[in-house]
Every structure is written in C-alpha cells, then in structure tokens.
Design a protein around this ligand. Structure first.
Ligand code: UDP
Length: 390
C-alpha cells in the first residue's frame, strides 16, 4: 500500500501548483520532494543580512494576461502594484553615460538621436509598422529602407548584440528568435518592460505565497530531499523507496538527470549573482538597469524598487554574470539553450518519459523551455485539470 497518491519532485511554481491542485481539488495525498532547503524554486525570496528582501536566484517580476493564472495566485497572496521599468546604461561619445528605456521605444529613439531627428525617425517607423506596434530586432534588420536599416543597426549594436553575447555567448541571430522577441522595439511612449494586464509583486514576497499554497493537509513537503535516491525510473516503471509506485509522478527537475544523463547532458546557461548591500537609500532609481554595451555583468537589479520595501540608509543590488553551465556542484541551470540540436537531444529524453504513463515532466528544466512564471502556472493548472479528469 502506498502512502501517497502522487509524488512531485520540485517545489517551484510547477510543483507547488500541481501539489495544491491534486490535494485540494482531487483529494489526493501528495508528497513533494525538494532538493533545496527551501520551497519556491528560483522565485524564492528572503531577507538578507541587512533586512532587505532579495530574490536569491535573480529578479522575478510577475506579469500575465491570464485572468485564470492571476486569480489563482491571488488566493495565496495580495499584490503590490508594480510596473517594471528598465533602462539601458550605455557609454556615450562624450565619455559620459547615457540611459534610455528598454524595450527601445519612441522615447529611447529621441534620447539616442536627439528630439527632432528621433521624432522624425519615429514617424517613419510608425508609417512602416504602425503606432504601438512591437517589432523584433531581427525583423527590423530585414527592412530594406536605408534609414531604417541604419537605425536597426544602431539598436542592434547598442541594445542587443553585446548583451546577448554576455547572456548567451552567441549573437542575436544565432539564438532562438523567440528570445530576443521578448524585448522588441516598441513604437510607443509606454516605457514599461511588460504590457500585460496584470502585473505586480506578491505583497509579502514569493516565499510567503508558496508557504500558503503548500499549506494543505493533503500535502507533505520534504526539504533537502534527494528525490532520485528514492524515486527510480527503470524499464517503463517507477519505484519509490524500493516499491512499485503506480500513482502520479510529476517531475520538475532536469530531464537529463532523471535518466542519468544517458544520452549526454543537456546544455544550459547558469548565472553568478553578486549581491552588494550599500549604505544609501537608493542606488539606481530603477528596478533594473541593463548594461547593454560594456561591463561583464548583464544587469543590475535593486530589490527595493521591486518590492517597495522602505528601509532607510540601506539597499541591496545584484549583478548578474552569465556563463555556460558545467554541472559542477552548486551550479544552477537557469536557461535552456534552445536550438535544433539541443531540442533533438531533449526529445530523446522526452521519449523515455513519454513511455511511462504515470510520469509527467513539467517546467523550465523538465520541459527544456524558456517559461515565464505565469506560463508555468498555466501549464501546471492544465496538467492538473487533465490528471483530475481521469
Ligand atoms: N536582450 C538584449 N538586451 C536587453 C534586454 C534583452 O539583448 O537590454 C535580449 C537578450 O538576448 C536576452 C533576451 O533579450 O537574453 C531576453 O531578455 P529578458 O529580459 O526577457 O531576459 P530574462 O529576464 O528572462 O533573463
């Protein structure tokens, strides 16, 4: 007799939403196995030594167009209304620095080219693509008009190429086009990073949200648990602690690791975060500043702007450095490197998983995808619907 109806590996958004759904809506007894010493996955936040609420695994800003996702999460948190704004910080010809909004928009254009020339080019772009339209940098670079092509080159050079080289070790045209399409040129005065209907930060932080989500009598969470030591996938069946397990297994970790890397490791990018606590109220005036041309880090995020925390004389910032994931102990795989070759490798692992009917891969790592938080909540709700319909 198994004590659990479902085992979920990972307590990030994918795992926690499924755990709640299966326990609450399905009346299932759910065991969540989490390797880390805390819940929340990469959305985990906590107070640092100075009392500043930080995101230990990099900045997470919630945004969605899905009423279902927003309403669902709103059961576990109130929200702080927050509209994320990002500026590019670029060396200027006079030796100073200049800044303008990212995504590159009509305001950026005027900052880069001067008010008159910028306005004229803006008109020209809007005549070509339409006002309030979003145009990806790769699309803009296809434009045959000489002036627009020169402008596209400017944006490519000042916003995309160096940042993308730092983040991915490759040029914009070499990576998955959906990645640069996340930050299109925007023919608008709207200088927000996201235009989604719902945007905000969990009022008491992400960790508190996860605590409430996982607080259900049907859910048991084991922290510091090495799932793959007790959960084995062999010859089309699953065993847990040495016995056959016929219940549902939702796995949100790395697909290659689940199958002992038998086809070789899937490539990822990892990040090194350097946190600095400074004795000042405000360091940069913005949630995030992207260093799109120089510096070794990609961006600096100052958490107080995101969280709205009011603390006098102290602030914490984080610099992000991207590099290839090597699988060394302590490294975290943050981004799948999506291309045909890697997708084909992933598909081989996926086929192994698909052969086991009660095994479900879910999330950024398990599905080898670039999911935003809302997309994974949506996927988790859909998978739960599917599982509960049977
Ligand atoms: N990007 C860029 N310059 C920027 C911002 C983004 O070149 O100032 C490109 C870069 O390739 C990056 C991608 O757009 O990886 C997606 O950016 P986003 O901010 O969505 O990345 P995330 O926050 O998920 O790391």
């Amino acid at each position: 007799m198994n004590k659990y109806d479902a085992i979920i590996v990972g307590a990030g958004f994918a795992g926690a939403v499924c755990a709640r759904e299966l326990a609450e809506r399905g009346g299932k007894r759910v065991l969540v196995l989490e390797r880390r010493s805390h819940i929340g996955g990469n959305a985990y936040d906590c107070a640092d030594g100075a009392g500043v609420l930080i995101h230990q695994y990099g900045p997470h800003i919630f945004h969605t167009n899905s009423a279902r996702v927003f309403d669902y999460l709103s059961r576990f948190t109130a929200w702080r209304d927050y509209q994320h704004r990002v500026i590019a910080n670029i060396p200027a010809p006079d030796g100073e620095r200049m800044t303008y909004p990212v995504p590159f928009n009509l305001t950026s254009l005027e900052a880069a080219y001067g008010p008159e020339e910028g306005a004229r080019l803006g008109e020209k772009l809007m005549a070509a693509y339409g006002a309030e339209k979003k145009v990806t940098i790769l699309e803009l670079r296809q434009n045959p008009d000489r002036e627009i092509a020169a402008l596209a080159d400017y944006v490519y050079e000042h916003v995309f190429v160096h940042y993308t080289m730092k983040q991915w070790g490759q040029k914009p045209e070499e990576i998955d086009p959906n990645t640069t399409a996340r930050v299109p040129v925007f023919l608008s005065r709207d200088d927000r990073y996201f235009q989604d209907t719902y945007q905000g930060m969990p009022l008491e932080g992400y960790t508190a949200l996860f605590e409430r989500m996982l607080d259900h009598p049907g859910i048991e969470v084991r922290l510091g648990a090495d799932a793959l030591a007790s959960l084995k996938v062999e010859e089309g069946r699953i065993t847990f602690e040495g016995e056959d397990f016929g219940g549902t297994v939702i796995y949100t970790g790395q697909a290659d690791e689940l199958f002992s890397f038998r086809f070789g490791p899937l490539p990822y990018r990892t990040l090194d975060f350097r946190f600095e606590t400074l004795s000042q109220d405000d360091f940069q005036g913005y949630g995030t500043v992207n260093y799109t041309v120089d510096e070794d880090f990609t961006r600096i995020t100052e958490f107080k702007h995101l969280t709205g925390q009011t603390l006098e004389g102290v602030t914490t910032i984080v610099k992000e450095y991207s590099r290839a994931y090597t699988g060394a102990p302590g490294e975290t795989p943050y981004y799948a490197i999506i291309n045909d070759e890697n997708n084909a490798l992933y598909d081989r692992y996926r086929a192994l998983s698909d052969a086991i009917p009660n095994l479900h891969l879910l999330g950024r790592l398990a599905e080898y995808k670039y999911y935003n938080m809302d997309a994974i909540v949506d996927r988790a709700l859909s998978l739960s619907d599917e599982l509960l319909a049977h």
